[in-house]
Design a protein around this ligand. Structure first.
Ligand SMILES: *[C@@H]1O[C@H](CO)[C@@H](O)[C@H](O)[C@H]1NC(C)=O
Ligand SMILES: *[C@@H]1O[C@H](CO)[C@@H](O)[C@H](O)[C@H]1NC(C)=O
Ligand SMILES: *[C@@H]1O[C@H](CO)[C@@H](O)[C@H](O)[C@H]1NC(C)=O
Length: 426
């Protein structure tokens, strides 16, 4: 996205705040998604200031309004409506969430990250790599969960299942899949706040990765979360367990028997998709320093690659994406007690394979559209639907028939798929 469009979006957002954007949206911006929203990095804290100013303005406006219209019943009526509205807002907002991007500013120093230089491991398809992986497990006489039977568990995979896919690689689709299979599944944020922040703070404190963000209350019952995806954020603070130093090690150390899931995708298609997704890539560069410009020697390879690439950096980000896959593959080959499942989004057998590995029926694989555009254009009640064109969307002017999962929204926010459900339960 170009800078001008970014600035324009910020301007529109700013105006929306003052005009009185629907509160639900304001709240969303505050507590879960703002930091992935459009904007320049130096404006990262602006909405909080804006909202504060708005609240103060509101109060002043109401006070002067009340004084001016003391004896006018009709105005009094309006005023009390206003106040009702205000109370409702307060109720809806609740206390701030524990894992909160609001605690961080752009001064937060980017954490060190690393990726391996590209090797042949990268050229293997997911199916080829899984063959290699399974052979390694057999050589070590280790059980494969998908060869076990279980009568009552939703899946034979050891929990938690941690899905390390980057955004725009079916993160919501996988959440939906495990949820459909009966596993308590979370995407982006738990009720305690943003997963990426929880995982970062836990890593820095040497706590288990989802300590304090691992329960989901529903109808008064607290369920242990069994599946998480979209666990990164581009900050500040920027944190991806699979990229930042110590992130994967923390998983292996504290959950040595857990499952790591990775959905890979043609890296070029991924880049084409993610570069439309708001300022995400821009933040990867400027906040996370994923262009290798900040952490010296350790990422020199990436910085050299970045600086020698042409303008649109397609090859850079594709290599980056593939090296991420390679890093995870190398890691799970070394940490043998973990269970690893990798599938490829373009593989026509993806659903079948997922069913084989997880025991969850392949009919649980949906096409999902995390951004707001899908809903706006279709009025669909769910962000996910069965593959194909089950809702007769042929006539909708949208790439609705585009079956790339998680992928038709040229949208500004990555989205918390569970927002609706969770609001009521906080
Ligand atoms: C972040 O903010 C939340 C909400 O204000 C607070 O509960 C939490 O303890 C803070 N965390 C840190 C690390 O300061
Ligand atoms: C990935 O997609 C691009 C663009 O659609 C295509 O040119 C390329 O051959 C694909 N790569 C692989 C490995 O399939
Ligand atoms: C969605 O609903 C609105 C309001 O009910 C309606 O005006 C609009 O035409 C609908 N859009 C689609 C694509 O069905």
């Amino acid at each position: 996205m170009n800078r001008l469009a970014g600035v324009r979006l910020v301007a529109v957002m700013g105006i929306s705040f003052f005009v009185g954007l629907q509160f639900r949206h304001v709240r969303k911006l505050f507590y879960t998604n703002f930091y992935d929203g459009p904007g320049n990095d130096h404006l990262a804290i602006a909405p909080i200031e804006l909202a504060r100013a708005e609240r103060t303005n509101d109060k002043r406006r109401r006070q002067s309004f009340a004084v001016k219209n003391k004896r006018k019943d009709v105005k009094k009526y309006e005023e009390s409506e206003d106040e009702k509205q205000d109370k409702k807002k307060k109720r809806e907002r609740g206390p701030p969430l524990r894992f909160n991007a609001g605690n961080y500013t752009k001064d937060f120093e980017p954490l060190p990250w690393s990726l391996p230089d590209l090797s042949d491991l990268m050229d293997l398809s997911s199916a080829e790599f899984m063959e290699k992986y399974i052979a390694m497990k057999r050589e070590n006489n280790m059980q494969l969960p998908w060869e076990q039977t279980s009568d009552d568990d939703a899946t034979t995979l050891p929990l938690p299942v941690i899905s390390l896919n980057f955004p725009k690689s079916a993160t919501l689709t996988m959440r939906q899949f495990f949820k459909c299979g009966g596993v308590t599944s979370i995407h982006t944020s738990s009720q305690q706040g943003r997963l990426g922040i929880c995982m970062m703070e836990n890593m820095l404190a040497d706590n288990p990765p989802i300590h304090n963000c691992d329960t989901h209350k529903r109808q008064g019952k607290a369920n242990k979360i069994g599946f998480i995806s979209d666990i990164g954020l581009q900050g500040p603070p920027c944190f991806y367990s699979s990229l930042h130093d110590g992130g994967l090690e923390a998983i292996a150390k504290h959950y040595p028997e857990s499952t790591i899931l990775l959905v890979t995708r043609n890296a070029t298609s991924w880049h084409r998709s993610i570069k439309k997704w708001g300022t995400l890539l821009h933040r990867w560069k400027t906040v996370c320093k994923f262009d290798g410009s900040y952490h010296g020697e350790q990422v020199q390879y990436w910085n050299d690659l970045y600086t020698t690439q042409s303008q649109n950096k397609e090859k850079y980000w594709a290599d980056f994406y593939n090296a991420h896959t390679q890093k995870i593959r190398e890691f799970v080959m070394k940490h043998k007690t973990l269970t690893y499942v990798e599938v490829q989004l373009e593989d026509p057998k993806m659903g079948e394979l997922l069913e084989y590995y997880t025991g969850i029926p392949s009919t649980c694989v949906m096409d999902c559209h995390p951004g707001p555009n899908w809903h706006k254009r279709t009025n669909a009640t769910s962000k996910c639907h069965a593959p194909g064109d089950p809702m007769g969307l042929k006539d909708v002017p949208l790439s609705a028939k585009n079956t790339e999962r998680d992928d038709d929204d040229n949208s500004k926010n990555d989205d918390d798929g569970d927002e609706e459900e969770e609001n009521d339960e906080r």
